[in-house]
Design a protein around this ligand. Structure first.
Ligand SMILES: [Zn+2]
Length: 247
């Protein structure tokens, strides 16, 4: 009987066999294989949108839902009888994939750059931009503010004010480390606008310190990136820091 079954398998249409094997492969595995083939990184704060095909994000949501069900089950929570947690796995999966970690899975916001027609060469400050993220270590919220200082020159591209907030949202909607988040933000703004100088200050509350751990409610983390003119010119740096109204 066994021999017969094996023969039947061997005689099956190879394309169909391949398709069924592929169907059984979790979508996360397919995406990881593409990333590995391209020799790219997929750390928590990396964007992997280039490796996700149309429709796969929905499949990924289903896969994360299933895994979250497993987490709830291992936490010994009776999701079958507890009406409060019946749909929690799905809700959390949606929150991760479509909201708080969305910046990993979607392409960057469309930004139109304009030439600096007015030859603006004065310090420009954007902020405070409210930023929401989660720490890579605990997946606890990180909520704070960002100020961006731009020192343009005649070759600098100008982007709309609201675009700074869009870029920041895309970078922050990932599990982040504050020190790396500000560098990613600076790299992207630098690339888009080519300013003479760029300064970013971020101040944030880390809920992994307030909700758990040391349970310190008031501590905040402040860090900055200074580039170009802000690095060379101490007066410009002082002017920027004096103008941002931190409370
Ligand atoms: Zn943390």
């Amino acid at each position: 009987m066994l021999m017969k079954a094996e023969n039947a398998m061997n005689e099956a249409d190879p394309a169909r066999v391949l398709a069924s094997v592929d169907e059984g492969t979790p979508v996360s595995v397919k995406i990881r294989e593409r990333i590995a083939a391209a020799r790219k990184r997929f750390h928590a704060n990396d964007n992997i949108a280039d490796f996700i095909r149309p429709g796969e994000l929905e499949a990924l949501l289903d896969e994360v839902t299933g895994k979250m069900e497993g987490v709830l089950s291992s936490l010994v929570i009776d999701t079958e009888n507890d009406h409060n947690t019946a749909d929690t796995a799905r809700r959390v999966a949606k929150m991760y994939v479509n909201e708080v970690f969305k910046g990993r899975y979607v392409h960057p916001p469309a930004i139109t750059e304009f030439p600096n027609a007015e030859h603006l060469n004065e310090l420009m400050i954007v902020g405070p931009i409210t930023v929401r993220s989660a720490c890579s270590h605990h997946f606890c919220p990180v909520i704070g503010k960002v100020w961006i200082g731009v020192m343009p020159n005649e070759r600098t591209n100008v982007i709309g004010l609201s675009k700074y907030a869009r870029i920041a949202e895309w970078i922050m909607n990932r599990p982040q480390i504050q020190e790396e988040a500000v560098i990613q933000l600076a790299d992207l703004i630098q690339d888009k606008t080519q300013p003479d100088g760029l300064a970013i200050v971020m101040e944030a509350s880390h809920f992994c310190m307030a909700w758990r751990g040391v349970k310190d409610m008031d501590s905040k983390m402040i860090n900055s990136v200074m580039r170009g003119a802000f690095l060379k010119d101490a007066n410009l740096r002082r002017e920027f820091l004096a103008l941002i109204p931190r409370s």
